[in-house]
Design a protein around this ligand. Structure first.
Ligand SMILES: Cc1cc2nc3c(=O)[nH]c(=O)nc-3n(C[C@H](O)[C@H](O)[C@H](O)COP(=O)(O)OP(=O)(O)OC[C@H]3O[C@@H](n4cnc5c(N)ncnc54)[C@H](O)[C@@H]3O)c2cc1C
Length: 393
């Protein structure tokens, strides 16, 4: 097989890149190691920045998003038994975010790619095994599909294969630097068939730990609890989960957390990670393949989207003008934004969680950070600007 851009990974980054390239007339093939049902069911992100919504609309994937997505104009910070709303539009010149699950974006993009006549090939259960000669003019992806090993020759390789993929490791170790921070806690994520108890997300700091009330639809709540690293979700009965959530969300006034059947639980470790550079020869990394943020700032999916917008622009620019200027600047352009998202995600995580070894001084200092956001329009605007997404440079 031969194509212009060989895309490894059919997550949001790989699928959106294929869509953007196809619309610009650039040939590509997507290799996805899992089957379609698995990819469409994988529960992950759900908060879309304005820029993510805009690009999905522009590339024809905005129909269901606009019908079923829930526009959100703010979030609530809850601490010391009180709630404080951060309003987005007033602080950002009218910007907001959209709640629409990653599973639904993936379903929409897969349907477009498979159902549109002439859409680029998308191979499920096609596992990339190695990238050969990524720094040459003719890189090759070796992959296994339908029980046999095959090769895909390309002009460029897009490594969109997530944190555990092979693309990042195809870059020689002496050409990269990695930056990493592990947090001493995890998130117990809960999906429940119950209407959300709030209209906007609640980020709660409690002396027992962090809790987040999010949602996936008017009928499905997504909730998270800070738990110790290494927690087994089976150690948490559904009753214990609801009791703990109710305790951490408790307000001085009247407020009740509605309970309902829990349909899924999972534990996610919190990690910050960046590999630099995001390019080696003709191999370009995008999304979780190059960087990870803890989900407190809702940035992971949005960063994957801005990486592939930047990559598509660079490839289109090269096709139209013959200039490799944007391709050469790809890593530098992406990393500027990546580090802003790393900073914001670290700040949100550090401010809202309780470290197991936290001192009384650190506790009070973090409450003071939240008080500052609650009482200062400038501090509140700083949070809002980062949350809705910094402009794409
Ligand atoms: C458990 C969990 C919860 C999360 N929750 C949130 C959240 O609440 N908010 C938020 O903003 N972000 C969240 N994130 C992060 C967000 O989901 C990711 O940032 C986003 O999925 C990145 O998209 P991606 O396409 O780069 O990578 P992925 O979504 O990981 O997609 C990579 C794809 O590559 C495929 N692949 C891997 N190896 C190979 C191979 N060798 N060959 C072929 N295909 C391969 C994988 O099967 C996968 O489909 C969460 C992540 C996890 C893991």
């Amino acid at each position: 097989m031969r194509t212009t851009v060989g895309i490894i990974g059919g997550g949001p980054a790989g699928l959106l890149l294929a869509r953007l390239l196809h619309r610009a007339g650039i040939g590509c093939v997507v290799l996805e190691s899992r089957d379609r049902a698995y990819v469409e069911r994988r529960q992950r992100a759900g908060i879309l920045e304005q820029g993510t919504v805009d690009v999905l609309r522009e590339c024809g994937a905005g129909g269901r998003l606009d019908r079923e997505g829930l526009p959100h104009q703010g979030i609530e910070l809850r601490f010391e038994g009180r709630g404080h709303r951060v309003d987005f539009p007033s602080a950002t010149g009218g910007k907001s975010v959209m709640v629409y699950a990653q599973t639904e974006i993936v379903k929409d993009l897969i349907a477009l790619q498979l159902e549109e006549p002439g859409g680029p090939p998308l191979l499920f259960e096609a596992e990339a095994l190695a990238i050969e000669k990524p720094d040459s003019a003719a890189p090759v992806i070796r992959f296994r599909h339908e029980g046999r090993e095959q090769t895909l020759s390309c002009d460029y390789v897009a490594g969109c294969d997530g944190f555990h993929g092979i693309a990042r490791r195809a870059i020689p170790a002496d050409r990269v630097r990695t930056f990493e921070h592990a947090y001493p806690y995890s998130w117990l994520g809960v999906l429940a068939d119950v209407a959300p108890s709030c209209e906007e997300l609640i980020y709660a700091r409690h002396r027992r730990g962090f809790a987040l009330h999010s949602m996936r639809s008017p009928h499905v709540s997504r909730l998270y609890l800070q738990v110790p690293g290494g927690t087994d979700p089976d150690d948490w009965s559904h009753e214990r989960i609801w009791d703990e959530l109710s305790t951490r969300f408790a307000l001085d006034g009247d407020w009740t957390l509605e309970r309902g059947p829990i349909t899924a639980t999972s534990v996610t470790p919190m990690r910050s990670f960046v590999q630099e550079p995001m390019r080696h020869g003709r191999l370009f990394l995008a999304g979780d393949a190059a960087h990870i943020v803890p989900p407190t700032g809702a940035k992971g999916l949005n960063l994957a989207v801005t990486d592939v917008i930047t990559m598509a622009r660079a490839l289109i620019h090269h096709q139209e003008t013959g200039s490799s200027e944007l391709l050469d600047g790809y890593s530098r352009t992406c990393l500027r934004r990546v580090w802003q998202a790393e900073r914001f995600s670290y700040f949100m995580t550090d401010t809202l969680h309780r470290r197991p070894d936290e001192t009384p001084f650190e506790d009070r200092e973090r409450i003071a950070r939240l008080e500052r956001i609650a009482s200062s329009p400038t501090a509140s605007a700083e949070l809002a600007e980062n949350y809705v997404g910094l402009p794409l440079s």
